[in-house]
Every structure is written in structure tokens, then in C-alpha cells.
Design a protein around this ligand. Structure first.
Ligand code: G6P
Length: 376
């Protein structure tokens, strides 16, 4: 065990810190840099005979549980943008409970680190019965999802041992960004956008290396939050998923109540919870939603909210209404908007990790949870 953890004390810690490498492995052999005559493109071998059918499908439905669902949610906007195909999201158990409509013209994408989650497998069985084209995105070669889908992509993040998923999450997002690029590959109008994303993917491991330097800062923040009862995380757009996933990490391992919320829903209930005691993390990195997040921060500030803001490097003054004394700022490197969730989740993974260690709980095997839930 000790050998596998290398210099780290816990698998979760190791898996958080190895993300520059796991992301590099995820992308290996799949991105073409282009040249003077060739365009920059993505090659996804496991999909090559099916990409046209996916492009022509009437709808893409993402199906998963837990962190895998959140990864799909993070990728949804870029899939919609580059494919032009409507995308809907399904939590696997809920799709099966409702027996929700799935059609022959649908592409159903099953996202699962283990490839063995019972609820996701039941949803796969259901989608196959209904005639959908079924695509698997998994970290486990030979798993039930890899075997029973029509085609798929392995995320190649390497074995993940910590029950709380970290490196698989970021690799799943990158794989789905590559899926978006592959589906949209035939559209001239979005070529510049696709090339910018490919450049961003090449540079992503470096940016992740940079954001991991926040480790100590997140440990300091964890010390301040150690005794809190509750934590809220607000995000929107590409980073709605970051809010859900950040809150999920904190609750899974540190056993602190935390909720991720869509910032656009703040006035429809959550605002009632805001006072000078409850810590609130707001994700406000630069993208099309930035000015809306600035106004969310102002409204929380006006109600004396205890703010912790994740923003792009150099934006501290732009996000803190009353200067740095009014809120704590976590500055992260800016990347292409659709890849920003990969960078933004990392300080929250580190926060969850340090909170857990400081509170004295089991990091790698949190109470009552299993790495792979193979029963209903
Ligand atoms: C369990 C694990 C989570 C994981 C979820 C889905 O709840 O504790 O970390 O996100 O299952 O697992 P999967 O293997 O399908 O991604």
C-alpha cells in the first residue's frame, strides 16, 4: 500500500496531485497539432465508425451517477455548442424510476469511472431495449459498460483508489470536450473555436500543475472552516458542475454538510440562508457569465455573506466588492472557458482533502460509501 501511495499519505491526495499526468495520458495520441496544411483535429478511435450517427442523432442524453454525472454536466455546454444537437441530462436511477422516453434516434452516453455502477447498468439495459445508440465513457477496460455499449472512449486516467473520485472527474471532462470536438469536426464556422480548445487542451496539464500550487492556501482555508456545520457553493454556466462537484467532494469525505447550487437560482430560496456565519464559495472565473457572478457576489455581500471567491488570476479587485477585507479570494489560472471546470475543481478537491484530514476522518474510505455501487 505504502509503495503505491509513493510520497503521499493518502490515495486521494496522490490522485489529486497526479492530475497533470493523468490528463496527459487521457489526451495521448488523440490530439493532432496540425501543421501548415493539416487542421488541428481530434482522433477518437473507439468512435470512428459511429461519429456520423452521433452527429445526426436527434438528441444526446448523458446518463451517470455522482461525480460522473457532474462531469457530464460540466461538458454539456460545449457539446451543445459544437454539435448543435440538444443535450439532456439523466441521473441513471431517475431515468429508470421514471422509465423516461428514450428513442432510436437518441445517442445515450453512459459515463462511469468503474463501468460497473448498478444504476448506470440498468439505465444502459433500458436504453438498449429502446434502440438508442449507446456510447460508454469509462476508466475501466473490460467493464460491463465498456462491453455492453455499441462504442465508447476510455478515459485512461489510471487506477483510482480513493472512494471520492478526483482524477477520473477531470479526465472525464477532457474526454467529453474531445467528444464535442469530434462531433463538431465538420463545421467550418466553428473551426477557430475548435482550434483554440485544442490549444487549450495541450496546455491544460501545465495549468493544472500551476493550480496545484494552491495546496497550502487550501490547507489554511480548511483550518478556518474546520468547525463549520455547513458550506454553500454557487456556480453557473460551465461551472454549475463545479459547484455541485465541489460540494459533493466536501460532503463525501469531510462529512461536512455542503450544497452546490446554481447561482441563477439564488434568489429563489438559497438567499434566505445567507448570514454573517455561513461560508459561501462563489465560482467567478472569467467567461460569458462573469458579470452575472459579480452581481451575485454583490448581493451576497450586501447581506453580509461570508464569501470565498474562486476567480481568474488578477481579478481579486474585480470580484471583491469592498476590497480584499470583504472576502477571501482564490486565484486560479484562466483557460479556455469550456476547460475551466477542470482547473476550478482542483482547489475544492484540495479543500475537501485537507478538511477531512484536519477533522480526523477517513480520507480514502469515507463512512458508509463505496468506490463502486454495484447493488441497487
Ligand atoms: C460512487 C462513488 C462515486 C462515484 C459514483 C459513480 O458513489 O463513491 O465516487 O462518482 O459511485 O461511480 P461510477 O464508477 O459509475 O463513476
Amino acid at each position: 500500500e505504502q509503495i503505491n501511495k509513493g510520497k503521499y499519505e493518502h490515495y486521494m491526495q496522490k490522485e489529486i496531485h497526479e492530475q497533470p499526468e493523468s490528463l496527459t495520458t487521457t489526451m495521448r495520441g488523440r490530439l493532432r497539432r496540425g501543421g501548415s496544411t493539416k487542421a488541428k483535429t481530434v482522433l477518437l478511435g473507439g468512435l470512428k465508425d459511429h461519429i456520423k450517427s452521433i452527429r445526426r442523432s436527434r438528441r444526446i442524453v448523458f446518463i451517470g451517477c455522482g461525480t460522473s454525472y457532474n462531469a457530464a454536466l460540466a461538458a454539456r455546454p460545449i457539446i451543445e455548442e459544437l454539435s448543435g444537437v440538444p443535450v439532456t441530462m439523466e441521473i441513471a436511477s431517475d431515468l429508470v424510476d421514471r422509465q423516461g422516453p428514450i428513442y432510436r434516434e437518441d445517442t445515450a452516453v453512459f459515463v462511469s469511472q468503474s463501468g460497473e455502477t448498478a444504476d448506470t447498468l440498468l439505465a444502459l439495459e433500458y436504453a438498449l431495449e429502446n434502440g438508442a445508440l449507446c456510447v460508454g465513457i469509462t476508466n475501466t477496460v473490460g467493464s460491463a459498460i465498456a462491453r455492453n455499449t455499441h462504442c465508447g472512449i476510455h478515459i485512461n486516467a489510471g487506477c483510482e483508489i480513493g472512494v471520492a473520485s478526483t482524477k477520473a472527474y477531470t479526465s472525464q471532462i477532457v474526454v467529453m470536450a474531445m467528444l464535442a470536438l469530434a462531433i463538431g469536426d465538420d463545421a467550418i464556422s466553428s473551426q477557430a473555436r475548435r482550434e483554440a480548445i485544442i490549444d487549450g487542451l495541450f496546455d491544460l496539464p501545465n495549468k493544472v500543475r500551476e493550480v496545484l500550487k494552491l495546496d497550502q492556501e487550501m490547507e489554511e482555508l480548511a483550518k478556518l472552516l474546520i468547525a463549520e456545520q455547513s458550506l454553500l457553493v454557487f456556480g453557473r454556466g460551465y461551472n454549475f458542475a463545479t459547484a455541485l462537484e465541489g460540494a459533493l467532494k466536501v460532503k463525501e469525505v469531510s462529512l461536512m454538510h455542503s450544497e452546490g447550487m446554481l447561482a441563477g437560482e439564488m434568489k429563489h430560496g438559497p438567499l434566505a440562508l445567507v448570514d454573517e456565519n455561513l461560508p459561501i464559495i462563489v465560482i467567478a472565473t472569467r467567461d460569458a457569465c462573469f458579470s452575472k457572478q459579480q452581481s451575485v457576489i454583490q448581493q451576497l455581500h450586501a447581506r453580509k455573506g461570508r464569501l470565498i471567491v474562486v476567480c481568474s488570476k488578477g481579478d481579486a479587485a474585480a470580484v471583491c466588492p469592498g476590497g480584499s477585507s470583504s472576502c477571501r479570494v482564490i486565484e486560479v489560472p484562466q483557460v479556455e472557458d469550456c476547460l475551466q471546470p477542470v482547473v476550478n475543481i482542483i482547489p475544492l478537491q484540495l479543500l475537501a482533502y485537507h478538511l477531512t484530514v484536519l477533522r480526523g476522518y477517513n480520507v480514502d474510505q469515507p463512512r458508509n460509501l463505496a468506490k463502486s455501487v454495484t447493488t441497487q
